[in-house]
Write a protein that binds this ligand. Structure first.
Ligand code: GLY
Length: 428
């Protein structure tokens, strides 16, 4: 009897131990986390490790890490490019999360290295460059010198506004992919993000002109870039004399009538921000419609990290550039689009009562996917960027399945919003 009991206990303990081992190894194998805190701790730890190394190898203050080049090394860009501000912005998020002065020191140094960007009137991206760097610097320090730089940046961006068109010109005139269209006044959906700088400038200066420009621009994007089913065109070409739409095309997507995943992401993020700044319900409806298009799309993979274009290789969509499907064993994913959308959905979930849980859950799901070993780099790899598997531009043939500094930036932003939500949701 005694012997039998002991034997039963041994069996029971062994069974419990076995199931614990199985649960643990399943969790490790699929890169799962037990709770939000696990995601945050693991991803921020990895980000700090990567960016410590990035700081060690990036010494020249006139060039900024952007991606991995064709030679396999870090690809840097200068202040004239659209991506310079994301590196400084990421450092600000690390400072905000940790409170560690070493990140602030690095963030200040790399932000101030972008100072001459405030005078850039050659393209619309002054908003991306200056608001992601100086905007975060102002938010976290309140230093009035940063405000001055941001106001000059808003002035530079506003100089590209054409009242006849009602929009800011994204790029200077150029030819379309097939060389048949002269884009005289191209506006790309990405430009929604630059509007945040203008809303900020009106708030701190009291001059309504900047936000009037932003509202006019957002209304035009809503009318002409966003389709009735809330998918989006990438490029709208206007006639600068009459303000009329001439062409609806793409620059970085699969086809003129397709939906480029990151473009859709810029729209979701941009209209969420435009609603925050104006309270205009039309912007909220547009943000929700675009988010629903993304989340409900039959081509969205289960991990919610999209293919680079929702319509790649589909009947009815013809690429306007030379495309060789055999070049890819599978359609590339774009982690940058998922990072942008995750960040946007954390905010959108707080504005849309009826969709609150749907958007919040989707934002967390995306963050969970990006924080898994499928997308999060192992320490010391990936040229010290945080996320793997993004796409810069397939038509241009660069940064395909590459790390991208803006994927990192929006990932860190989404993590920060997630962290804040764990506190606010507990309270309410
Ligand atoms: N704004 C350019 C891009 O998203 O690639």
């Amino acid at each position: 009897m005694m012997k039998g009991l002991r034997f039963n206990n041994v069996i029971r303990r062994a069974a419990v131990l076995c199931s614990l081992c199985i649960m643990l190894s399943v969790n490790i194998a699929i890169g799962q986390y037990n709770n939000g805190k696990d995601i945050l701790e693991n991803s921020f730890r990895l980000a700090e490790q990567q960016y410590c190394n990035m700081l060690k190898v990036s010494k020249k203050l006139n060039v900024f890490p952007r991606s991995t080049g064709k030679d396999g090394k870090i690809r840097y860009t200068d202040v004239a490019d659209w991506t310079g501000g994301f590196w400084a912005g990421g450092l600000w998020y690390l400072y905000e999360n940790s409170g560690d002065a070493k990140w602030k020191q690095a963030a200040v140094k790399w932000t101030e290295a972008l100072a001459k960007g405030q005078y850039n009137t050659a393209h619309h991206d002054v908003g991306f460059v200056m608001y992601c760097s100086y905007g975060n610097a102002w938010r976290l320090t309140g230093d009035p010198e940063y405000k001055k730089v941001l106001l000059q940046s808003a002035e530079s961006l506003s100089s590209r506004f054409n009242p006849k068109v009602g929009s800011i010109m994204s790029w200077n005139p150029r030819l379309s992919w097939d060389g048949k269209t002269l884009w005289k006044f191209p506006v790309i959906i990405d430009n929604m993000i630059n509007l945040e700088l203008l809303f900020y400038a009106s708030k701190v200066s009291g001059n309504p002109r900047y936000s009037q420009i932003a509202i006019s621009h957002a209304e035009k994007v809503m009318q002409n870039h966003v389709r009735p089913d809330y998918s989006s065109y990438h490029v709208i070409n206007y006639d600068p004399q009459t303000g009329k739409v001439q062409n609806k095309e793409t620059n970085q997507g699969f086809a003129n009538n397709s939906t480029w995943a990151r473009g859709q992401g810029w729209g979701i993020y941009g209209f969420t921000m435009a609603f925050r700044e104006t309270g205009d319900k039309r912007f909220l409806e547009t943000a929700c419609g675009m988010a629903d298009f993304y989340l409900n799309h039959s081509n969205l993979p289960a991990d919610k990290v999209p293919y680079w274009d929702f319509n790649t290789n589909q009947p009815g969509y013809t690429p306007v550039w030379k495309y060789d499907p055999a070049a890819f064993s599978e359609i590339p994913r774009d982690a940058s689009a998922a990072a942008i959308v995750s960040s946007a959905l954390f905010e959108l979930s707080t504005y849309s009562k009826e969709n609150q849980e749907k958007y919040y859950t989707a934002a967390v799901d995306m963050l969970r996917s990006l924080s898994s070993q499928n997308y999060l780099a192992a320490a010391g790899t990936n040229n010290y960027f945080i996320l793997k598997h993004s796409v810069g531009s397939i038509p241009h043939g660069f940064e395909v399945d590459s790390p991208l500094i803006y994927a990192d930036y929006y990932f860190l932003e989404a993590l920060s919003k997630y962290k804040a939500s764990l506190v606010t949701r507990k309270k309410s």
